[in-house]
Design a protein around this ligand. Structure first.
Ligand code: TRP
Length: 507
């Protein structure tokens, strides 16, 4: 006999957990750098289309199938769409493992920076990156601090701490998750509001906001802007990896998932908006340029801005500390959901204990996270990312972030739209919904979304040449640019095949 399925204690607990999952590095780190990279206001039209046409409806699907079947993603798809559905589910879980590994590595660095706020991060005179290659610079320099951090073994300790915190929060499932999100989620809102107010009250802070929020129409013509907005929306709303389905499966069957999807999307995008206010005001006041890799924004451009917030050292330190604490808190409420997706899937399929499922995931994934922190310097000129770990992370992120979420989205709307039936899902959602979904929902799921997603995936694949990362100057490591995507695909496909074919242990 296995234990009865766990449940959220309250609707609030679920909303906090699901919005905590959605709000994370995606809203703070990736949103600003994507919005900037894709042209500030030019990002907005694709962004809102992505929110209403893609994000909310797919969240309704992912929430809906969770409550309908009371199962996590692969088993829910298995029940609704058979073996092929289950395969898609496990394939997405395979990619969730990759994202978890590097997501936690980034959180480890954020923890390192948080500690650095009280160490030498905001002190003048740290020496230049990769001391053997360059002259020390006398300036306070967050870039230098960050590269010095990642070119040592210290982040391994931080990564392991973040993993332990995650496992601790997940140890009793919804029960302990709910306890953590009740504290973490309100705190991260509070800190973000403080940062946004500080940013906006800086002289000139408003100009950055204008840059970000004045819609420009030129983005509409660019396929890459659309791809950027779509992947960003999927990632930000935690779609395409089974997390939302896992969380929704712990709700009673009569939950109003249309309403919940709108609420969670709204909370997520409001937070993103606030983060945009805070970060863009800072960037503009201090004329900082967030170009470079996605991570550069959070790890050296923002701290540089924070450094100039005040002439009083302890205020600078306090803001620096708050910013990284915010990143860590928001990140942990997301990483627990990334781990919960595979954990609940393994528990559903094999009826193993939670402890065992968590161990099966954590042991290989902790090793994986540590690989992303390998400090060997392979690109001293920093034309790419410098260290071996950061290069691995950058290339892995490129493939998994851009392709797995959208591909899972594409396959999942096909499964639900055509195999299970969009009409049946609409009826199930409407049964408990205040606002009923019209026939448009079926058209969206069956025709529009598969076509849009396919076009976006294919056009961006066609632009893939030269392979991402192959322009970096990293003698001896060029093979990584081919090895990483091949390894990711081979691993996730074999993993999905193997688990789908394994026998499901019935309750
Ligand atoms: N949404 C989170 C963020 O914005 C990250 C995340 C959690 C996620 N679970 C996910 C992304 C599932 C994709 C799929 O940081």
């Amino acid at each position: 006999m296995s234990a009865p399925r766990q449940n959220w204690q309250s609707k609030l607990g679920f909303i906090l957990a699901a919005s905590g999952s959605a709000i994370g590095l995606g809203n703070i780190v990736f949103f600003s750098s994507n919005a900037y990279q894709y042209g500030g206001g030019a990002f907005y039209v694709p962004y809102f289309v992505a929110l209403f046409v893609l994000g909310m409806p797919i969240m309704m699907v992912e929430f809906g199938i969770g409550t309908l079947t009371q199962k996590s993603f692969p088993m829910a798809l298995s029940r609704l769409a058979g073996r092929r559905g289950e395969f898609v589910g496990w394939w997405s879980i395979g990619s969730a493992l990759f994202i978890t590994m590097y997501y936690i590595a980034i959180l480890g660095w954020a923890l390192g920076m948080m500690i650095g706020a009280f160490g030498s991060l905001f002190e003048p005179g740290v020496s230049a990156p990769f001391a053997p290659f360059a002259e020390p610079t006398p300036e306070p320099n967050a870039t230098v601090y960050f590269f010095n951090l990642i070119s040592t073994w210290n982040p391994l300790v931080y990564i392991i701490i973040i993993w332990l915190v995650n496992l601790f929060i997940l140890r009793q499932g919804t029960h302990t998750i709910e306890k953590a999100v009740r504290i973490f989620v309100p705190l991260m809102w509070l800190f973000m509001v403080i940062l946004a107010i500080r940013g906006l009250t800086l002289p000139g802070g408003f100009d950055g906001v204008m840059y970000l929020f004045t819609p420009a129409m030129d983005g509409i013509k660019e396929p890459t802007v659309w791809k950027g907005a779509f992947s960003q929306m999927f990632f930000s709303l935690s779609l395409g990896l089974g997390t939302m389905t896992a969380y929704a499966s712990y709700l009673p069957k009569d939950a109003d998932q249309v309403n919940n999807s709108m609420l969670v999307s709204f909370l997520n995008c409001s937070f993103e908006f606030l983060a945009g206010l805070a970060i863009f005001s800072l960037l503009f006041v201090f004329a900082l340029n967030p170009a470079g890799t996605t991570l550069s924004l959070s790890f050296f451009v923002i701290p540089q801005g924070i450094n100039e917030l005040s002439a009083v050292p302890w205020i600078v330190r306090l803001f620096g500390f708050l910013f990284y604490l915010l990143v860590v808190l928001a990140g942990i409420t997301s990483s627990i959901s990334l781990i919960e997706a595979p954990a609940s899937a393994l528990i559903d399929k094999f009826r193993i204990s939670r402890r065992r499922a968590l161990a099966l995931i954590a042991i290989p994934c902790v090793v994986g996270s540590c690989l992303f922190a390998l400090p060997q310097i392979i690109d001293p000129g920093l034309s790419g990312d410098g260290t071996l770990g950061l290069t691995l992370l950058d290339i892995t992120d490129h493939w998994v972030f851009n392709y797995s979420l959208l591909t899972v989205g594409f396959l999942e709307v096909l499964m639900i739209g055509w195999v299970f039936g969009a009409g049946k899902l609409r009826a199930a959602l409407n049964e408990n919904a205040h606002i009923k979904l019209g026939g448009w929902f079926e058209v969206l799921i069956r025709y529009l979304l598969p076509v849009i997603l396919l076009v976006v995936i294919v056009t961006s694949l066609m632009q893939e040449w030269p392979l991402y990362g192959s322009t970096y100057d990293m003698p001896g490591y060029g093979w990584l640019t081919i090895f990483i995507p091949v390894f990711w695909l081979a691993f996730t496909l074999l993993f999905a095949l193997y688990i789908t074919r394994a026998k499901t242990k019935e309750a």
